[in-house]
Design a protein around this ligand. Structure first.
Ligand SMILES: [Zn+2]
Length: 97
C-alpha cells in the first residue's frame, strides 16, 4: 500500500471518528432533553408522552443508521465495531491512527 493511501485512510478515519463523536454528543443531549420533557411535561408546552416515546425511538433509529453508515473502516469499508484497539481495523488490520 502506498504511503499516500495509508495517510488518506488515517485522515478519513479521523473525519469519521469526529462525526461519530458529534453524533453521540447530539444523541445524548437530545435523549436527556426528551427525558426531561417526559418527566416534567409542564416545563415547556404540553407534549403527549406517546410523542416523546416515539421521538426517542426515532432518535435511536437515526443514530443506529448513522453509525452503520459512518463507523466503517476507510480501507475495507467493513463495520468497525466497538473494539478498535491499537488504532487498527479489527477486520483488515489497516492503521487508523
Ligand atoms: Zn478495515
Amino acid at each position: 500500500m502506498a504511503k499516500n493511501d495509508a495517510q488518506q485512510i488515517i485522515l478519513d478515519f479521523r473525519k469519521r471518528r469526529t462525526r461519530q463523536q458529534f453524533a453521540i454528543a447530539v444523541t445524548l443531549l437530545c435523549m436527556v432533553l426528551l427525558v426531561l420533557v417526559y418527566r416534567r411535561p409542564d416545563l415547556f408546552t404540553e407534549v403527549p408522552k406517546s410523542l416523546i416515546s416515539a421521538a426517542q425511538i426515532f432518535l435511536i433509529g437515526v443514530f443506529i443508521v448513522f453509525t452503520a453508515i459512518n463507523w466503517r473502516c476507510p480501507a475495507c469499508k467493513k463495520y468497525l465495531g466497538a473494539d478498535i484497539a491499537k488504532g487498527r481495523c479489527p477486520r483488515c488490520g489497516a492503521r487508523l491512527q
